[in-house]
Design a protein around this ligand. Structure first.
Ligand SMILES: *Cc1c(COP(=O)(O)O)cnc(C)c1O
Length: 404
């Protein structure tokens, strides 16, 4: 059976060139970059090269890049490190209702520690209201934390305008750019962010490496103590292979940016239009224009998303449920819930996320496989032909704990 992977917002396959770039650090280049002898120097150069490659992709300076163990770690450092560094100035954060758990749950934790958090609402396209953002700012506000693009729907936030608002009010701005990296142009000076978080495994590097851009002069309190790696902001012997790989992935993303983005968008649109033409009663979730080029989130009326995923899986197609079972009430996606997606459609949503390796042939196979599955599930559906109110009573078994 052919495997078709359309869950690239969850993770991406390691790119062949990236694998080549990381192998030496599992072979002959085994030194500790903090050592001063030849073995250390050899790998120190690799880390500084990777730092330059990551910095270049977001138009930052090398000394503003701190390597971390994941995107989640970067988000934690940005938020909690800011709250601790700025605790003399206030204890109020502003974020959105649709952040990734790495931000959302960290904000919840900050609330448990006595902080105050404003969660900005979104409209049905998943978009925030900039006036609401500005009105939420108080003299106590120390941080605005808003993602660049949403992982479930692909909705892109107006980062430049948010940056302008943050500047005007002299509030620090953190952006979770994990989903934007490699898919949208990023220029840290143009968008006015102070802290920007990235993750390797979403752009063709291995899992377990990330980075945070820290604008010069932005004070952060570290949370991992030990050695003085990464300007003392992140102790721990470097994941040399992972960092070298992440650097290579950033370099490749920069080199092939235009063509890769254009291809993903063309194939995503082909998938979207193909499904719309072949399947009835499909609702689109997300922003019609401000959307990542690779993401498609759809609700199939009268069909359960998890069931659809299972049947797609049996055909070798990997997609993701729009409902992240760990967040939101009743196991619904907190993102779709915040967008006020119809109650009966919350469990019917599916996210397709394409990658740079996705082919037209794969999309066409999905377009052949999907419609009969939806048709079959609808024939069996208790939701169809019955009183729709009864749908609420259906219990959805959900044991997958992370769809991100
Ligand atoms: C995947 C993801 C993260 C977490 O990154 P990890 O490296 O997996 O910890 C954070 N934010 C967003 C938007 C993501 O998609």
């Amino acid at each position: 059976m052919n495997h078709i992977y359309l869950d690239n917002n969850a993770t991406t396959p390691v790119l062949p060139e990236v694998l080549v770039a990381l192998l030496p650090y599992y072979q002959h280049a085994y030194g500790n970059p903090s050592s001063i002898h030849w073995a250390g120097r050899e790998v120190k150069g690799a880390i500084e090269n990777a730092r330059f490659q990551v910095a270049s992709l977001i138009r930052a300076r090398s000394d503003e890049i701190i390597f971390t163990g994941s995107g989640s770690e970067g988000d934690n450092l940005a938020i909690l490190g800011s709250c601790d560094a700025l605790k003399g100035q206030g204890n109020h954060l502003i974020t959105t209702a649709v952040e990734h758990p790495a931000v959302y749950d960290t904000c919840r934790y900050f609330e448990q520690r006595g902080g105050r958090v404003t969660y900005l609402d979104v409209d049905r396209h998943g978009m925030i209201d900039l006036d609401e953002l500005e009105e939420a700012i108080t003299p106590e506000t120390i941080l605005i934390s808003i993602m660049w693009a949403n992982n479930e729907t692909g909705t892109i936030f107006p980062i430049k305008q948010i940056g302008e608002i943050a500047r005007r009010h002299r509030v620090r701005f953190h952006c979770d750019a994990v989903q934007a990296l490699g898919k949208l142009p990023i220029d840290v000076d143009d968008c006015g962010v102070d802290l920007l978080v990235m993750s390797g495994h979403k752009i063709g590097a291995p899992k377990g490496v990330g980075a945070i851009y820290v604008r010069q002069g932005t004070e952060l309190t570290p949370h991992i103590h030990g050695g003085h790696q990464e300007h003392g902001l992140r102790a721990g012997t470097h994941n040399v292979a992972g960092i070298a790989a992440f650097g290579k992935a950033c370099e490749l993303a920069g080199q092939h940016f235009d063509s890769q983005v254009a291809t993903m968008k063309r194939l995503r649109d082909r998938l979207e239009q193909g499904i719309m033409a072949r399947v009835t009663d499909v609702q689109f979730n997300g922003h019609p224009q401000q959307r990542l080029p690779n993401t498609l989130n759809l609700s199939f009326s009268y069909v359960e998303g998890e069931g659809l995923l299972l049947h797609l899986d049996m055909k070798g197609v990997a997609a993701s449920s729009g409902s992240a079972c760990t967040s939101g009430s009743e196991g619904h996606s907190h993102v779709l819930q915040a967008m006020k997606v119809d109650e009966v459609l919350l469990n019917s949503s599916i996210r397709f996320s394409l990658g740079v390796q996705t082919t037209e042939q794969e999309i066409d196979t999905v377009l052949e496989e999907l419609p009969p599955i939806v048709e079959k599930l609808r024939e069996m559906s208790p939701m169809l032909g019955n009183d729709l109110d009864s749908v609420d009573c259906m219990v959805v078994e959900c044991d997958i704990d992370d769809h991100h």
